[in-house]
Design a protein around this ligand. Structure first.
Ligand code: KIV
Ligand code: NA
Length: 266
């Protein structure tokens, strides 16, 4: 399959072809999503909540992103792989952001990095772009700021907040961002941002007018008991796994597994 490269993102927007993105944190799921034709895989700092049992994304380290990023980039044959810069690894300024991003690019093989914020991180977007590292932005609800935002809440409601969001989107696009994630934004506001940007918007809880969509894979697949309102469960993988584990345990206890077909008789 032909590799998805950075220029395909803008071309997809121009052609009106919607982009698909899912999170992935390991080689096992990355190869499945890649084979399914998902355009972009995000090594999200949601790995903290979904895989490591942290309550928020804040404790996630660069080391954790490096290990996951290497696995996902190694497994993906077609998808464009993006890694999150975790909380505390880019906010101090362009030098810090560049050092973090260079380390991740060198040690993982991902094709781009993503980090949260608008005008306040535009200098970081510009520095990485000038160093040859594609940047994906992330606006609206930004989980690394959840303590300041007061938890997961829709952002950009009302004329003034919508205007601020547009300004942020324009600033990071102007600084060189190749795409921008819009999280928990009213659909009409996301539609407006999508119209004013030449780069694709990737929505999550941001309506259908975005140029693409992203979901956290465990939400998409129905892995946990709970999924947020915006995350449709396209499967019940958690239930399927539980059933498989129960069937395995039942057969071991009954002495029916392993049978001759699954044993070495000599
Ligand atoms: O870490 C993540 O999963 C994300 C998506 C929600 C966009 O940043
Ligand atoms: Na993230």
């Amino acid at each position: 399959p032909k590799r998805v490269r950075v220029h395909h993102l803008r071309e997809a927007k121009q052609r009106g072809e919607r982009l698909t993105m899912l999170t992935a944190y390991d080689a096992a799921t990355a190869s499945i999503f890649d084979a399914a034709g998902i355009d972009m895989l995000l090594v999200g700092d949601s790995i903290g909540n979904t895989m490591h049992g942290y309550r928020t994304t804040l404790p996630v380290t660069v080391d954790e992103i490096v290990v996951a990023g290497r696995a996902v980039a190694g497994a993906a044959q077609r998808a464009f792989v993006v890694a999150d810069l975790p909380f505390g690894s880019y906010e101090a300024g362009p030098e810090q952001a560049l050092a973090t991003a260079v380390r991740i690019m060198k040690e993982t093989g991902v094709s781009a990095v993503k980090f949260e914020g608008g005008r306040r991180v535009a200098a970081q977007v510009r520095a990485l772009t000038e160093a040859g590292i594609p940047v994906v932005g992330h606006l609206g609800y930004t989980p690394q700021s959840e303590n300041l935002l007061g938890g997961p809440r829709v952002q950009g409601r009302g004329d003034d907040a919508a205007e601020q969001l547009s300004e942020d989107a324009l600033a990071i696009a102007e600084a060189g961002a190749v795409a921008v994630v819009l999280e928990m934004v009213p659909a009409p506001v996301a539609e407006r941002v999508t119209e004013i940007l030449a780069i694709p918007t990737i929505g999550i809880g941001a309506g259908s007018a975005c140029d693409g969509q992203v979901l956290v894979w465990v939400d998409m697949a129905g892995m946990g008991d709970w999924s947020p309102k915006f995350a449709k469960r396209f499967g019940e993988v958690g239930e399927a796994l539980r059933a498989a584990a129960t069937a395995y345990a039942d057969e071991v206890k009954a002495g029916t597994f392993p049978d001759a077909a699954h044993s070495f008789e000599s």
